[in-house]
Design a protein around this ligand. Structure first.
Ligand SMILES: Cc1ncc(COP(=O)(O)O)c(C=O)c1O
Length: 307
């Protein structure tokens, strides 16, 4: 085991907030580390010195580090990752890509994130979709997978939507077990991994999801105003695209025609908060340098520091 993996002092020294607070609210937002702050401030200074477009061009490689390093974290390719301003923005953008029709069913759980549920209700109000909640297992282990699968078979939902770690209870939902059935039945599967990315090992292929959303500001310790959407090749190849796709996500190929780009970039917009994206890339680089995310706790399975 390398020394760096055990270097809690270095981790604290990286983090100016450690000098003044004992911060337990990482499920809200992690404390920023110095290299993250520096990457963001340096970029803002560069923008002020040479111009925003020129600064973005100068840092293009480091911007692509964001996509590559998030892809590495969750086991996919950079082409499957879209930057988003928040987990909710990623989620609603993903929902906007599904051509819901009256009577379509969204199958979810009783422990889903509140904003997701409000989005489902909004879809119900506008498009007449039905929102069905699978029951919890009586033993308290989360959703009853067998009951959920029965609903999948009976209702053939347009979307199966599960929050991996719901915000308030400490519950971890069996997203992989659900995913196996979703794949077998060839349904569409959206996972909210906002509270698990960075804290739990995530492999999108093991989960079997089509779409997955998260923020960078919690356990990845990126800045506020950052998140991402994973879009599987299946979804890209099936032609899903956000309702409001822009000139970055699509090419205007003829007066009455546009063509979405081939990657998850179709879920991004032309304008980016570049300093924030670079802050996220710096947070991922620091995490790798400090060896975070290599050891799993015996009881919880979450990432931890080795003891
Ligand atoms: C499970 C879960 N999903 C989604 C969100 C929303 O994330 P954001 O505030 O980045 O939109 C949160 C926020 O805490 C969350 O806990």
């Amino acid at each position: 085991m390398s020394e760096a993996l055990l270097d809690v002092n270095a981790l604290r020294a990286d983090t100016p907030g450690c000098e003044s607070v004992i911060h337990f609210n990482n499920s809200g937002c992690g404390l920023l580390a110095r290299p993250v702050l520096k990457a963001m401030i340096d970029h803002l200074v560069l923008e002020s010195r040479i111009g925003g477009y020129e600064a973005a061009a100068a840092q293009a490689e480091r911007v692509s580090d964001f996509h590559a390093s998030i892809a590495e974290l969750i086991g996919c390719h950079a082409r499957n990752i879209a930057f988003a301003g928040s987990a909710t923005q990623a989620y609603t953008n993903a929902l906007s890509a599904i051509p819901f029709q009256r009577g379509d069913v969204i199958l979810t759980t009783r422990n889903d994130f509140i904003s997701n549920q409000i989005a489902f209700l909004s879809l119900r109000k506008r498009f007449g979709v039905d929102v069905v909640h699978a029951p919890d297992h009586p033993d308290g282990s989360g959703v009853d997978v067998a009951a959920m699968v029965k609903l999948m078979r009976e209702l053939r939902p347009r979307l199966v939507a599960v929050t991996h770690v719901p915000t308030n209870s400490g519950l971890v939902q069996p997203v992989e077990a659900i995913g196996r059935h979703v794949r077998e039945l060839d349904l569409l599967y959206l996972v909210d991994a906002c509270q698990s990315v960075g804290q739990y090992p995530i492999d999108v292929h093991q989960i079997g999801c089509d779409l997955l959303t998260a923020t960078c500001r919690k356990f990845l310790r990126g800045p506020r105003g950052s998140g991402f959407l994973y879009v599987s090749d299946r979804v890209l190849n099936d032609g899903y695209e956000p309702l409001f796709i822009d000139m970055y996500g699509a090419r205007w190929v003829a007066p009455g025609q546009y063509r979405p780009v081939n990657s998850a970039q179709r879920f991004e917009e032309w304008e980016f908060p570049y300093s924030v994206v670079l802050g996220c890339a710096a947070a991922r680089a620091l995490r790798a340098a400090r060896g975070i995310g290599q050891h799993r706790g015996a009881h919880t399975g979450a990432w931890c520091l080795p003891t």
